[in-house]
Design a protein around this ligand. Structure first.
Ligand SMILES: [Zn+2]
Length: 329
């Protein structure tokens, strides 16, 4: 068991969060508050009833709830409040820098415009820096099971605000939506000066990791645990210094593994791959980044090992080198 002093020590480690969907931080309390503020009718009236929905059974019931609750986000103030609630928790867990995904296609589908979403999130980031001393930026996330045309469209809408973004990423269902579908979207993103990241090898095979590197020029792989199934892919990640953004509690909640001990994190680390610890959709998956570090401590990772992973998360960020040195110092 992780005792209180270990818990505090892990939370005190300066770290970066590199795989976090802001919509996945919507706690039931805030969801109900925003529903009331905006006059959005939800099928659940009480907090207890809504909390029970968060005990979903499988990926589909998670996604159903996730998309349904996003409808409570209507105004820039809502996005600001969502961002601030996350940054407050992250700062308490020792996060000093966060590179945060958001899903513009879903919000556009709910009738919002891109500026409303981005202005609110950026205002939240500005206030978070001021109040909690935590820095960060936004990664535009493409929903891979929506038509590719919609991805192209949202990227063109975002193009005039490329300077407000760190990068482009992908999310939602992996199997059946290989990285190759989005090759031209990522070419355009690179033209706009965006960093490229992509999930691969979460539920999909190691071959998707290769595709994400070859066709999307991904600079980081989100999840990527199945890279460990193929020694050549593992070696390539190590040699090309491509970090993985792993999310242990998410993997367990979505049954990528039944037991955290089955995650090949040590195998990847020993092969020279940079592994980072992140929380993915923490309101839904059982804990923020501190809880993910603790979960690894519970399966035997030592403080020194976790300290090294925290330092690697800062190195794996897109911060300028001087900022990385300052945080590591
Ligand atoms: Zn994710």
């Amino acid at each position: 068991m992780v005792d209180e002093s270990m818990r505090a020590a892990l939370r005190a480690l300066p770290k970066a969060e590199l795989h976090l969907h802001i919509e996945g931080t919507l706690e039931p309390e805030l969801a109900l508050e925003l529903a009331e503020r905006n006059g959005v009718m939800l099928p659940w009236t009480s907090l207890d009833e809504l909390k029970r929905q968060y005990a979903f059974e499988n990926l589909q019931s998670f996604l159903d709830l996730y998309y349904q609750l996003m409808a409570v986000l209507k105004t820039a103030d809502d996005f600001r409040d969502l961002m601030l609630a996350y940054l407050k928790r992250a700062a308490a867990d020792g996060v000093r820098h966060a590179e945060i995904f958001f899903d513009p296609q879903v919000h556009l589908g709910n009738g919002l415009d891109l500026d409303t979403v981005m202005d609110g999130l950026l205002e939240g980031l500005r206030l978070g820096r001021e109040r909690y001393g935590i820095g960060g930026g936004l990664i535009l996330c493409i929903v891979r099971d929506l038509p590719v045309e919609s991805a192209r469209h949202v990227l063109e809408l975002a193009a005039p605000r490329a300077a407000d973004l760190i990068g482009i990423g992908l999310d939602s269902a992996e199997v059946g939506y290989p990285p190759s579908l989005f090759a031209d979207v990522f070419v355009r993103a690179r033209e706009l000066g965006l960093h490229c990241v992509a999930p691969a090898g979460e539920e999909g095979p190691a071959a998707y990791v290769t595709e994400a590197l070859d066709l999307l020029h991904a600079e980081r792989i989100d999840h990527g645990v199945h890279a460990a199934d193929d020694p050549a892919v593992t070696r390539r990640l190590a040699e090309e210094h491509i970090p993985l953004t792993c999310c242990p509690l998410s993997n367990r909640r979505l049954q990528v593994v039944h037991d955290l001990r089955d995650l090949p994190l040590r195998k990847l680390i020993e092969a020279g791959v940079t592994v980072t610890v992140n929380s993915d959709d923490p309101a839904y998956f059982g804990g923020y980044i501190g809880a993910n570090y603790e979960a690894l401590a519970e399966i035997g990772f030592t403080y020194d090992e976790l300290k090294a992973l925290a330092a690697d998360s800062i190195r794996a960020s897109f911060l300028p080198e001087a900022d990385k040195r300052a945080l590591l110092g």
